[in-house]
Every structure is written in structure tokens, then in C-alpha cells.
Design a protein. Sequence first.
Length: 219
Amino acid sequence: MTKRDIAAVVDHTLLKPEATEAEIRKLCDEGREYRFASICINPYWVRLAADALSGSSLPVCTVVGFPLGASATCSKVNETRTAIQQGATEIDMVINIGELRGGNREAVRGDIEAVAAAAHESGAIVKVIIETCLLDEEQKKTACILAKAAGADFVKTSTAFSTRGATTEDVALMRQAVGPGMGVKASGGIRTLEDLKKMLAAGATRIGTSSGVKIVEAL
């Protein structure tokens, strides 16, 4: 793999609550320089990032219902539409984890479906964060199946704000659940080139990490 190959699968991420404007601008500069798949930031910074990246083809990715997933569906839809109006073209939404664990599949599917519809009407893509560390194996499979049925473009392992991030076992399970045609994003705890390669080998097609520059430069 070349540096370009690796950068092309990385969502260059800065979601910490204490991130400053200077740090967001630096993230954008690094995104341009390394040509990452996207930069991924909190919704507050979307307009600034979109302006900073004006004239480039680098997508702005943001998060919705983050990090707990327990927002009302209408709030997630409004967040999605606002983010897209401000320049986001990729939306990483958190499912309603409690409803999934409680067995309310229709609520989970409806939540995803509403966000996916709002995003797709503007041509944005949706990645569905299932927070694998809070689910058992069957719940992980169910979450993936529901996300696919609801029209999402990717399933994603983690917010990186809960008890752990991605594992190769979870990525492999998710890939098996959604089949070959849907994106799988591994996120949380991926800090080295070796970590990234293992996730790709397990079936990931996108990697969320705040260590993108370090990983690329490891080559």
C-alpha cells in the first residue's frame, strides 16, 4: 500500500470537545495535504471547515446524535439538514442504542431511515454508528441488518467515547452481516499502521482515526 492508498480510506478525525478553531483549521490543512477520505468534526465546526476547504474536493463529515444516540429522531434529522446546509456531505449518526437493546427494531430502523432520507435528498452519505462495545453479537448483527434495510451507506463500529473502540472481530462480523456491497467503517483506538491494516483485512472500507498523519507517515 502507498501513502495515497492509506490516506484514501481515512476519515481524519477530531471530535474531542475541547478542540479549538486553530486545531480544526490544522485538521483541514492536513486533510488537503494528505488527501484523506474526509475530515470528521463536530457539527459546530462544519461551516468553518467547509469554508476552509473551499475549492478542494475533500468532504466534510460530521456526527449526529453524538455520542449517545439518544436524541429524538426529529432532532437527528434537523442536525443532519443543518449540517448539510452548512457544507457537510457525510453524516455519521449514532443509533438509538437503548431501543436496539430493548428489541424495538422498528424504532431503530425508523430512526436511521429518517436520517438517511434527509441526507440522501441532498446527496450526502450516511454512516450508522452501532457502538459495538455496548451490544452482544446478535444485537450487532441486528443493528447492521436494520441499517442496511433503512438505506444507510455504511455501518460504523464506534463513537470512541464509550468503553472501547473497534476490534477486528466486530469488523468481520459487521462485514458478514451487511455483505460485500455496503461500507464498513472501523473507528476508535486505531492508532498505528498495523492497526489500520488489520481492520482493512477484516473487512473495513473506511477508517476513522485522529492518528491519520502518524499512520500515513509510518510508511
